[in-house]
Design a protein around this ligand. Structure first.
Ligand code: ZN
Length: 307
């Protein structure tokens, strides 16, 4: 275990500097975008496998892996643009000919913003792993579905805090089915995640939370989400001041069931829930807690992670 990082912006800078100096995070030149060392990646994969190992014996959920991009049409159906326009990212591409290419290069040459000459493609960046999943279940669900999914996500919130990344992975256990089943799935995985994080040597607490919905309408949504206790976060104190969420459990009610036309055999829209682990956030919390040298981590933690 290493000493406290302290609090405030200095603490964030200190953790970032330590991770970069140790080679675990590779600086991209932009805040919140990092490459990773082999040791870091082993920890990241170890976190995911340790979570998967806690699925009930006999259960064999399907595992899906997703890229950082999704179709704009799917993105629109999640209502992400309504709730989080500030976190959204669309991929722009060049689709001109020789004349437009010449204009593009002239724009760059002039020092103006050449990216403005690109055209939005049909691809957006993926904000949450489970958003990839729902479109595959449009129609009648004969029985509840459980899925294990890993995907690369994007949220446009560049920050000097290495715990707040722009691109990162979320490992999720996703459920589609009945209302009781969705709440049970979320609560069970929250308990599993809390126990896993504790076994990994992190001091955690679980608290009711809300998503950072945008704008005035968003404040009402956030209050409703809290009042109805739909979202819980697993928090840990990486820094001495505000705790950081490293995992969350979310009940979506019928939001995705309605938007993606997923129904139960009785014709009612399906409920869904997910429990997600921020892979890089958890890895960073472990490096902050146990130090930059994997060799000096507690044996129990190394065994659990397989590193
Ligand atoms: Zn999710």
């Amino acid at each position: 275990m290493t000493g406290s990082l302290g609090s405030g912006p200095e603490a964030r800078a200190l953790l970032r500097d330590r991770l970069v100096a140790a080679g675990h995070q590779i600086d991209s030149g932009l805040p919140g975008i990092y490459g990773r060392s082999a040791a870091y990646e082993a920890v990241a994969m170890g976190i995911i496998e340790a979570a998967r190992a806690r699925v009930e014996p006999g259960a064999d959920p399907v595992r899906w892996y997703f890229p950082p991009l999704m179709s704009r049409e799917t993105f629109e159906r999640t209502d992400y643009l309504e709730s989080f326009p500030n976190l959204t990212g669309v991929v722009d591409v060049f689709d001109g000919g020789d004349a437009e290419h010449a204009e593009l290069l002239a724009t760059r040459e002039s020092g103006a913003d050449w990216a403005g000459r690109l055209t939005p493609s049909q691809a957006t960046l993926v904000p949450a792993t489970c958003h990839n999943v729902y479109r595959h279940f449009t129609g009648v669900l004969p029985a509840p579905v459980r899925l294990d999914a890993l995907g690369t996500c994007f949220r446009h919130e560049p920050s000097a805090d290495p715990m707040r990344m722009v691109t990162f992975r979320i490992h999720e256990e996703i459920y589609l089915g009945t209302e009781d089943g969705a709440l049970d799935h979320r609560d069970r995985w929250l308990a599993i995640t809390r126990e896993l994080m504790t076994d990994l040597g992190l001091v955690v607490e679980v608290d009711v939370a809300n998503d950072p919905f945008f704008g005035r309408a968003g404040r009402i949504l956030a209050r409703g989400q809290r009042e109805d206790a739909l979202k819980f976060e697993v928090l840990t104190h990486v820094y001495d001041d505000a705790p950081t969420a490293i995992a969350s459990g979310n009940a979506h009610r019928t939001h995705f069931g309605v938007n993606f036309g997923i129904t139960l055999p009785d014709g009612e829209p399906a409920h869904s829930s997910c429990s997600g682990i921020g892979v890089e956030r958890t890895a960073n919390a472990l490096f902050a807690r146990h130090g930059m040298d994997l060799g000096s981590w507690p044996a129990q933690v190394r065994t659990l992670l397989g590193v």
